[in-house]
Design a protein around this ligand. Structure first.
Ligand code: CR1
Length: 825
């Protein structure tokens, strides 16, 4: 029996006829073309413009309501927002997708074709940037006053091409043909100072006054991207800053006859927002990166203060009641001394009062424990670019050291350990410490990660500030990651349990009771099959490769990193291949291994792993002896819009990081939500996914964090595994031959070297056998069609916890203390 479907979507604001005329109007009046001439790109733009009318109306009403209610708001500071495409999402959120699709059809246009015209907004690297995008979606959906602040990069994350198996990076010029969503706001331009020196003066009563004489000033131009909540009531804003020359400083040069030099200054100012650093979880120790961080933080703080002053004038006493700022990792940590500078030097507040405000405004999220990703800047570099900020950081640290001394009197080792300044050949500023000290709350991103933040990253801070360190488990927006990307499954769910799950994901629990229902199992797996057919088309188009949709679609999609262990998956595929060559009757259900991953351009081994996957793919895919039991598809240019095609088609979700290394993971949540079964380690949010779905509906394998640490402590030797396990040895030795790279022996040897000579830092060999056994269990489970369908359904049904609405609810209750604001129409 079907549950009674509940209708929650309000009737759309406009009907098909009105939408159709809006599209035509924009084709004529905005784009200057007509129905006979328009290509898909023009239709796409006209459709965006038509829906943008609704978007801007919602934005205007939202801003008015927030202003009239003088709401407390959260300001989400993030160097990355990985928004992807917006058209389908915005249409869905206004309940206008079917209206638009029908209107376009009458105009002879397929909506699926024009959706493909939209370039992804790829202003981020991976999980951290996509999390920010999911969070602002939830904030708008939950009608919470919020602004996202970031950088308007001219080039987003590089476009990846694969040439002869190797990754090639190409620029991503996403705005070349305009971005129909963004609105430039020249009336809110800010100026940002850089370089120069600090002058000390004495004011009344001997008060020390610091005046920063900057060496140059750049302009920050805001671009607003409207963020439409589900059902279209609240429309918040993502404000991204673009750098421009301010003219300041250049004119001196210009007047002195240096026209060319003046132009050079222009170019330099504009460089700030030119490119996104393509590193995920590795520090980019670059002057320009620090300038980028300061640039967007300074613009954003000034913007917040301008808005605050409009309502409260010079009365700072309510600032912390109205403003909370979430620092998404340490990238925006320079905001702490910047706000202190504004309060102390500009507003002339006393230090203690200013510090009291600061430490009520900032909260910080830690996203990684990897030491190479914990940002540190040379004090010398900060001194050159931000001389006043370095002084302020020293003052913060000086006072903090006194606190440490109170708690641990005379303990100099403790002081050295907790200090914001790391002493050594080169003095370094630890941005993590600055963030913890300057914030009122610090959170990790999954239970296990937060536990490790407390026990191994910041244990002394936890002792010093009891209760400051907490957990908020990550989440994903079900609007994009189920409703929009998997319409067939969404419709099936609507029919079964009603259509209010996109706002209340726990409702999916209602599917549990159908998990063993044969009819529902068939319907669920039919949708999966259709999605696999769509992905198979994509694989054919992209790689000219035929795959069998009855094979297991085994998907690993994430940034390429040793700790995520794509090379563990690769070694296992090679082992399967070898088993088949040795025994043509080797019994396995056919599998398609699908990969998507970008490697940081400077990360040599990561690029070598991509190359190896592609080389092994060439061989395996074309070897008749394999008899189509294995296919490998590395889809180039992994990005949000490609994830939207891969995730609905996955049977198996690979989440195989070394335990303790993946802070949370969010791809794991998206895949499980779409009915993929996880094979994974007890790492990050996998632990919580396992709790939700139960041990029977997930394949957990490998060392636990405790075992990893224990093995490290007692001396891990990968050679032991190499000599003990003949399959491991054979597969690693294979990498050294020219079997996969004819005529080029040794082309894949760096992987073997990292696993043997370099000590296998991520314990790939230690987990290999357990992984291989778990894959045998996956194979057996898949062959039992009913058991597999049940598992897949349970995975979808139990993902309620992982909606980003729940993450935001946790932040609101425990950190931000915000109230929602109804939008007046
Ligand atoms: C983590 O590696 C997590 C995201 C979002 C990443 C990943 O496990 O899901 O953050 N960390 O919290 C990161 O990018 C710089 O650190």
């Amino acid at each position: 029996m079907n549950a009674k479907a509940t209708k929650t979507q309000p009737s759309p604001a406009i009907d098909k006829a009105a939408f159709k005329s809006a599209v035509i109007k924009h084709l004529h009046c905005t784009l200057g073309t007509d129905e006979n001439k328009a290509n898909n790109h023009a239709w796409w733009k006209a459709t965006c413009a038509a829906i943008q009318e609704q978007v801007l109306e919602g934005l205007r009403k939202t801003q008015k309501s927030h202003y009239l209610n003088d709401t407390r708001a959260v300001h989400y500071f993030s160097a990355e927002f990985l928004m992807g495409r917006l058209l389908s999402n915005n249409l869905q959120n206004f309940g206008l997708f079917d209206v638009a699709s029908g209107a376009l059809k009458e105009l002879g246009v397929e909506i699926s074709d024009i959706l493909e015209e939209e370039p992804d907004m790829a202003l981020g690297n991976g999980g951290l940037g996509r999390l920010a995008a999911c969070f602002i979606d939830s904030l708008a959906t939950m009608e919470l006053p919020a602004i996202g602040y970031g950088i308007h990069y001219e080039n987003g994350l590089f476009r990846q091409e694969i040439k002869s198996g190797a990754q090639i990076e190409r620029p991503d010029s996403w705005r070349d043909y305009g971005n129909p969503w963004e609105i430039c706001r020249p009336e809110s331009i800010q100026e940002v100072s850089l370089y120069g020196y600090v002058e000390t003066k004495y004011g009344e009563n001997g008060r020390v006054l610091k005046e920063w004489h900057p060496g140059s000033i750049v302009k920050g131009v805001p671009w607003d991207i409207p963020v439409v909540g589900y059902e279209g009531k609240t429309v918040n804003v993502l404000r991204l800053w673009q750098s421009e020359s301010s003219g300041y400083f250049n004119w001196d040069v210009f007047n002195a006859g240096g026209y060319v030099d003046a132009q050079r200054e222009n170019v330099q100012a504009e460089t700030i927002s030119k490119v996104l650093y393509p590193n995920d979880e590795t520090e980019a120790g670059k002057e320009l990166r620090l300038i980028q961080q300061y640039f967007f933080c300074s613009c954003s703080l000034k913007d917040i203060i301008r808005r605050y002053k409009r309502a409260h004038g010079d009365d700072w006493s309510r600032f912390a009641d109205q403003v909370v700022i979430q620092l998404n990792d340490t990238h925006p940590a320079i905001s702490v001394p910047e706000l202190m500078r504004i309060l102390v030097d500009r507003a002339e507040l006393g230090w203690d009062e200013a510090w009291g405000i600061c430490t009520k405004v900032f909260a910080y999220t830690n996203h990684t424990l990897l030491p190479e990703a914990l940002e540190k800047w040379p004090a010398r570099m900060i001194e050159k670019i931000l001389p006043r900020h370095l002084e302020i950081i020293y003052e913060i640290n000086h006072r903090f050291m006194a606190e440490v001394d109170k708690k641990w009197p005379g303990d100099n080792a403790m002081k050295a350990k907790l200090s914001i300044i790391e002493e050594g050949n080169e003095k370094m500023v630890r941005m993590g410490h600055l963030s913890v000290i300057g914030s009122f709350a610090v959170n990790g991103v999954a239970e296990m990660h937060s536990r490790l933040v407390k026990s191994s990253l910041f244990p002394e801070f936890d002792e010093l500030y009891p209760g400051k360190l907490t957990n908020v488990t990550n989440g994903i927006t079900p609007r994009r990651w189920l409703k929009a990307c998997n319409p067939a499954l969404s419709k099936l769910i609507d029919k079964k349990i009603g259509d209010d799950w996109p706002r209340d994901l726990d409702k999916l629990q209602g599917l549990t009771k159908f998990a063993t229902n044969k009819t529902f199992q068939k319907q669920f797996m039919k949708v999966k099959l259709e999605n696999k057919e769509l992905l198979a088309d994509e694989i054919r188009k992209s790689l000219d490769l035929e795959v069998d949709v009855n094979a297991i679609f085994d998907v690993q999609i994430k940034r390429l990193h040793e700790y995520k262990r794509q090379h563990l998956a690769l070694l296992h595929i090679m082992a399967l291949y070898r088993r088949i060559l040795e025994n043509p009757d080797y019994d396995m259900h056919p599998r398609v291994f699908v990969f998507g991953a970008k490697a940081a351009p400077g990360y040599k081994l990561a690029k070598d792993i991509i190359y190896a996957i592609n080389k092994v793919a060439d061989k395996v895919n074309n070897d008749p002896r394999v008899n189509n039991k294995i296919k490998i598809a590395f889809l180039p240019n992994y990005r949000v819009s490609l994830a939207e095609k891969m995730i609905p088609a996955a049977d198996v979700s690979e989440q195989i990081s070394t335990a303790g290394k993946e802070a949370s993971g969010t791809g794991n949540m998206k895949l499980a939500l779409n009915g993929a079964v996880t094979i994974g380690t007890l790492d990050g949010a996998n632990v919580e996914i396992a709790e939700e779905v139960g041990d029977d509906n997930i394949f957990i394998f490998g060392l636990t964090v405790e075992e990893v640490n224990e093995l490290k402590a007692t001396g891990y030797n990968p050679h032991d595994y190499y000599y003990k396990d003949p399959e491991i040895k054979a597969v690693l030795d294979w990498l050294e031959t020219d079997y996969f790279t004819p005529g080029k022996p040794g082309a894949l040897v760096s992987i073997k070297q990292s696993l043997l000579d370099n000590g296998d830092p991520y314990m790939v060999l230690a987990d290999f056998r357990a992984y291989s056994d778990a894959q045998i269990a996956v194979d057996a489970a898949y062959r039992d069609k009913e058991r597999w369908a049940e598992m897949a359904i349970i995975n979808t049904a139990k993902m309620g916890k992982f909606t980003s609405d729940r993450s935001i609810r946790d932040y609101v209750d425990r950190v931000w203390k915000l109230s929602s604001c109804k939008i007046e129409s």
